[in-house]
Design a protein around this ligand. Structure first.
Ligand code: DTR
Ligand code: CA
Ligand code: ZN
Ligand code: ZN
Length: 344
């Protein structure tokens, strides 16, 4: 099957794909990354991502002002995202769990194709706190990976690795949904996950550009992307253990992600670096004012495009050798009894 390479191949992207393939620990000699032909990701439409946020806001407004675990607004959010993915050709499943006496839901969406033994995952928690609609925390991450998943479908993208997207429940209660998923994944299935990318708060109104400093290949993939934009980044130190990548990291899965800041105050040096004000990155963190007005468009656009870049880059390339004996152009060679190929 020919994989069309619609955009310029980026050497860094190709090398990242090769390196992530190396994360699998497979001993196979990977094809030269340059030959892998890593296609560049499409631009993710800020308008489309913001429309998802508007829809999530409407859901919160229609359900008591929030999208919290155990409330009607959360299940309505899950149904909204699932319907779009089903229509786009994803294989979706709802994983249920119980937390604080209420049913919780994880939405898992698999894009058909790719090597089932090499899975690249991207996830965001879809629940809000009970005090507000949770548009930055975490409609922003949820909308960005939703639009990226829809872009995969629109492109008919068929990467080497298998793509899986997840929207987690009850993160605000203590990473409950993602912990439940990882804990209930058979070890054989867990070992197939070659990378997990987490996006929790990526549109903060007074943004910083933070990259998780966990897996180096994933970290470099994001850092290179922002360097290409001329946007300085800092490593994310506030979040260790504070979002849904933590259960995956504890299980030995390579993780990474992006973050634009929560209640911490931006320093004067960071103001010099990124602009904005020496106030909280998100003054509406866990508050009722975390609405569609609580989003910085530039940050949301840049991070949505970075999500797509990482998905396209890290899902290309495979280090698993083809199974069985592989011949090419046997028409122009004869295979004598001793098996040595001779050209005619
Ligand atoms: N735990 C997230 C917010 C959060 C706080 N620090 C970080 C660092 C990295 C990711 C997320 C966060 C929440 O309240 O949902
Ligand atoms: Ca964009
Ligand atoms: Zn939160
Ligand atoms: Zn969050």
């Amino acid at each position: 099957m020919n994989i069309s390479v619609p955009r310029r191949v980026t050497a860094v992207a190709a090398l990242a794909a090769l390196a992530l393939g190396g994360l699998t620990g497979t001993s196979a000699t990977a094809r030269p990354a340059e030959a892998a032909g890593v296609a560049a990701a499409p631009d993710i439409s800020l308008t489309a991502v913001k429309q998802h946020l508007t829809d999530l806001q409407s859901i919160a407004t229609a359900n008591g002002g929030n999208r919290a675990h155990g409330r009607t607004g959360y299940k309505a959010s899950i149904d909204f995202v699932k319907a779009k993915l089903d229509a786009a050709g994803y294989t979706t499943s709802l994983q249920t769990f119980t937390s604080s006496g209420a049913t919780g839901y994880n939405l898992i969406a698999d894009w058909p194709g790719g090597d089932p033994n090499q899975v690249l995952m991207a996830g965001s928690h879809l629940d809000s706190v009970s005090s507000g609609p949770g548009i930055n925390d975490n409609g922003s991450g949820s909308a960005a990976i939703l639009e990226t998943a829809l872009a995969v479908s629109r492109a008919g993208y068929q990467p080497s690795k298998h793509l899986r997207f997840a929207w987690w429940g009850a993160e605000e209660l203590g990473l409950v949904g993602s912990k439940y998923y990882v804990n209930n994944l058979p070890t054989t299935e867990r070992s197939k996950i070659k990378g997990y990318l987490n996006f929790d708060m990526i549109g903060s109104p007074n943004p910083g550009y933070f990259v998780y400093d966990d897996d180096p290949t994933i970290e470099q993939t994001f850092k290179s992307y922002f360097a290409g934009l001329g946007v300085p980044t800092e490593i994310e130190t506030e979040g260790d253990g504070r979002s849904d990548h933590a259960p995956f990291k504890s299980a030995g899965v390579p993780v990474g992600g992006l973050f634009t800041g929560a209640s911490r105050v931006k320093t004067s040096a960071q103001v010099t670096k990124w602009g904005g004000t020496a106030t909280a990155f998100d003054r509406c963190y866990h508050s009722s004012c975390d609405t569609t007005s609580n989003i910085n468009d530039t940050a949301l656009d840049r991070n949505s495009d970075a999500v797509a870049h990482a998905i396209w880059t890290l899902s290309a390339g495979s280090t698993n050798p083809p199974t069985g004996k592989v011949f090419e152009n046997t028409a122009d060679v004869s295979i004598p009894d001793n098996g040595a190929a001779v050209t005619s």
